[in-house]
Write a protein that binds this ligand. Structure first.
Ligand code: ATP
Ligand code: MN
Length: 429
């Protein structure tokens, strides 16, 4: 578990429109931040004066102030510096423009802005979503947050896309928005490129459900939607962005950092879509492949164990009998077009439901399994139905036909239809 913050204490005074950036690099380190005076926010969530905020290993944060503040930092923080140049005023103005659209949506009983945030990897897409959602919520709005980044899976676990209604600002310490049962759809891969037809199908379905939810909730309707994406912007990634824009009926696209992408989208999207270029923050650093993998692992670990030392969860481990469950995989391997039966398109095999019969340890061990809400076993129903949650297979006894699973909830599993993902998690607790 995490150690004490140690004795190092530093006071930092920030002027108007400045931000303090810091990282927590050391293993088992906790850094505490207290705002002693003034006003400040972390990615759009206001800090409360004289309140302790704790950050664990891997945290990379910025404390921004519009009016100036005094901060006290305890513990071993790394790369600590004050930045005078930030894009925050531009992000605030963007929020102001969205708010104008929401007000006229209120007046006309129409849908508020549906906003798509795009950009290459590591430009601050997720952070920008968080900031503008927080600003909206602070004004009493109830926007829907849609996360299409399967690699990070901030709404559920990596390998899923999902949506949730945001009713309160993101928790500063939890590193984002939290909800007990978000709407989640299962892709089962770390990257959309591993199954593009399925990714696009799920996006269309999620868009349909989000539109329905907006119609049934007046406040959500005029508050609009903020859609986060992954940094996949070239070739098929670009096509997928245009598919998202179409499926969600996006009104505004915020393009972070890349002028090329901004130009292409301005040219290719219908003229009623407003495409806006925004600079990235100098505080957003590049993450290596291994850092990304670590972030994915820690997201899954958090799903089961919470935050050790800060907010631990206590998952359950139990055996389940394979004969009582049906396990499916979505998508047969891609087959060359020339080998397909006449009239069948390659895409169709990629969204096919394939039963996993006589699974071996190699197929199941350490994999995440999604528990589907689907009630019948037709392909249509299963791929278009959201999932209840995930378990991880920690042991497999082929002779007894039993597997042991790690689960956030006590057994037995609430549903019997399970979906096998490509995503592995080594339970090292
Ligand atoms: P990805 O392509 O992986 O989805 P992204 O474009 O969504 O990345 P973010 O996740 O928003 O980028 O930001 C990357 C990291 O930079 C995060 O750890 C975030 O907390 C941090 N970060 C964002 N803005 C700042 C800032 N102003 N100062 C310091 N760190 C920041
Ligand atoms: Mn992101």
């Amino acid at each position: 578990s995490a150690g004490p913050p140690g004795d190092a204490v530093q006071d930092v005074t920030l002027g108007v429109d400045e931000e303090l950036r810091l990282e927590v690099e050391g293993k088992n380190q906790i850094v505490q931040v207290v705002m002693k005076d003034g006003t400040a926010e972390i990615f759009g969530t206001e800090m409360i004066k004289d309140t302790l905020y704790q950050f664990g290993t891997g945290a990379k944060i910025a404390v921004f102030t519009y009016h100036g503040c005094v901060l006290q930092i305890k513990g071993k923080a790394d790369s600590v510096y004050v930045a005078k140049e930030t894009p925050m005023i531009m992000y605030l103005n963007t929020h102001g423009a969205l708010e104008t659209l929401r007000r006229s949506a209120d007046a006309d009983g129409k849908r508020g802005p549906i906003v798509l945030v795009v950009g290459a990897q590591d430009v601050g897409k997720t952070t920008l979503c968080r900031i503008i959602i927080n600003y909206a919520v602070r004004l009493g709005r109830r926007p829907i947050y849609v996360d299409l980044d399967v690699g990070q899976g901030s709404i559920s676990v990596p390998g899923t896309i999902g949506a949730m209604l945001i009713e309160r600002p993101a928790s500063i310490e939890d590193n984002g928005f939290v909800q007990q049962a978000p709407l989640a759809y299962f892709l089962g891969h770390k990257s959309p490129q591993n199954n593009i037809p399925l990714y696009n199908t799920l996006i269309s379905k999620l868009a349909e459900v989000v539109h329905e939810r907006m119609e049934s909730n007046r406040k959500a309707k005029s508050s609009g939607v903020i859609i986060n994406t992954c940094g996949w912007v070239k070739a098929d990634g670009y096509k997928s962005i245009t598919h998202i824009a179409q499926a969600f009926e996006v009104d505004v696209v915020l393009v972070l950092d890349q002028e090329r992408l901004y130009n292409d989208l301005s040219r290719d999207l219908p003229s009623f879509v407003k495409v806006v270029f925004l600079p990235k923050s100098g505080g957003v650093g590049d993450r290596s492949v291994s850092h990304r993998q670590e972030a994915r692992d820690s997201r899954i670990r958090e799903y089961f164990y919470g935050k050790p030392g800060l907010q631990p969860f206590h998952p359950h481990s139990f055996q389940v009998k394979l004969s009582e469950y049906k396990i499916f995989k979505i998508g047969a391997p891609a087959i060359p077009l020339s080998c397909l039966p006449l009239g069948m398109k390659g895409d169709e095999t990629r969204t096919k439901l394939v039963a996993v019969v006589n699974p071996t340890a190699a197929t199941l061990l350490h994999r995440l399994l999604a528990i589907s809400f689907a009630t019948d076993e037709t392909q249509q129903d299963v791929i278009q139905t959201n999932v209840a949650g995930f378990v991880c297979v920690t042991d497999f006894d082929q002779d007894k036909g039993k597997m042991t699973v790690l689960s956030p909830q006590p057994g037995p599993l609430p549903k019997t239809l399970l979906l096998l993902s490509e995503i592995q998690f080594m339970d090292a607790q």
